[in-house]
Design a protein around this ligand. Structure first.
Ligand code: TRP
Length: 351
């Protein structure tokens, strides 16, 4: 069987370094490994609208932001098909048939949807589209017969829901759909890059993110403002490196060669951490080191992003071509689905 990858992001904002270490970097590695036959990267604008129906502008404007972030990180449209979800109507059709294979109580048990409903304060006023987005996500994945879905941990319930739909469909009708598997980030640290304030997650609404588009100056200021160890008051005090955002970022970004380049007094991160724990190492030194690493890692991305941003017409064309290509594939699957169900009346399923 060939390996088909599909993944996506909701265009509700620019992408940040949490996205970068958690997923973008991995996607680019997978793309460049040449091991995968097909790679689809979807900008999930229709899913973003399930809880932003009153702010279509935000979703629309962020499509180009996300596309620029993709290109800047090294996703390459000649190797990966990058497309816009809402431009593939077949996905809605698939969702409509899959809805009959999922119970309301099953959707109510989805832990990610449950916590999102709470976070958004929907209470009893849950938009139906939002409630059903796990089904639409199953359509996204199965339309391309993706067997590998690189995602964060929070998306595991969506993959499980997709697998259940695939099994129901294949049992009830015919073996047409492919059961996907989640591909989680390999470095456990990378799954959970905290916000600048030490909060569990980077999020736009908390204003605690470093964006891929941030200027060198913004990065510097943001690192300076980062949460460290509140018990580490004076340089000579012993410090904690756990739950210390600066060290969590170093875990995610730092490599031994960064020490040689920016902080040659230490050979590696273990030595730096040991010194911090003993006492005698100030936050300023550690933050300066993190700033240099982030600048080294992010400035080529920022420069590429600025280059692509000069020609948004070209970015738009790339998305249009990708969407056309994606639609051809989704249409083929939809055709097989309708035939399997026996509702392809003008193509063989005679009544
Ligand atoms: N739910 C994903 C997110 O919030 C975005 C998404 C939509 C997705 N459809 C997908 C991810 C299909 C993987 C596969 O990030």
């Amino acid at each position: 069987m060939q390996d088909v990858i599909l993944t996506g992001d909701r265009p509700t904002g620019k992408l940040h370094v949490g996205h970068y270490v958690g997923s973008l970097k991995r996607r680019v590695q997978m793309q460049d490994s040449g091991k995968y036959d097909k790679i689809y990267i979807m900008i999930a604008d229709a899913q973003a609208l399930t809880d932003n129906a009153d702010d279509v502008n935000k979703v629309r404007n962020n499509i180009s932001n996300v596309a620029l972030d993709y290109l800047a990180c090294g996703l390459n449209p000649s190797k990966a098909t990058i497309f816009i979800q809402s431009q593939i109507p077949e996905l809605c059709e698939l969702s409509f048939y899959y809805m009959n294979l999922v119970t309301v109580s099953r959707l109510q048990r989805n832990p990610t949807v449950k916590s999102e409903i709470q976070m958004r304060g929907f209470k009893q006023s849950i938009p139906t589209g939002f409630f059903c987005y796990p089904i639409s996500q199953a359509a996204d994945i199965t339309a391309f017969k993706a067997n590998l879905v690189p995602v964060g941990e929070d998306q595991l319930p969506m993959i499980e829901q997709t697998r259940e739909i695939v099994r129901s469909f294949n049992t009830l009708y015919k073996e047409v759909l492919v059961e996907p598997e989640a591909v989680l980030p390999s470095n456990a640290m990378c799954c959970r890059l905290p916000g600048l304030d030490g909060a569990a997650k980077m999020s736009k609404s908390l204003g605690n993110c470093i964006y891929l588009a941030d200027s060198a100056n913004e990065i510097k200021k943001k690192v300076q403002s980062m949460f460290t160890d509140p018990t580490h008051l004076r340089i000579e005090d012993p410090g904690h490196t756990e739950n210390n955002a600066v060290f969590t970022y170093l875990d995610a970004f730092c490599r031994d060669e960064h020490f040689a380049a920016f902080l040659p007094a230490y050979a590696n991160l273990d030595e730096l951490k040991a010194h911090y724990r003993r006492g005698g190492l100030g936050d300023g030194t550690v933050k300066k080191f993190l700033t240099e690493i982030l600048q080294a890692e992010l400035s080529p991305i920022r420069e590429k992003r600025e280059e692509y941003a000069k020609d948004l017409g070209e970015v738009f064309n790339m998305l249009k071509c990708g969407s056309e290509k994606a639609e051809t594939v989704a249409a083929q699957t939809l055709d097989e689905v309708k035939t399997a169900m026996g509702i392809n009346y003008f193509k063989g399923n005679v009544f």
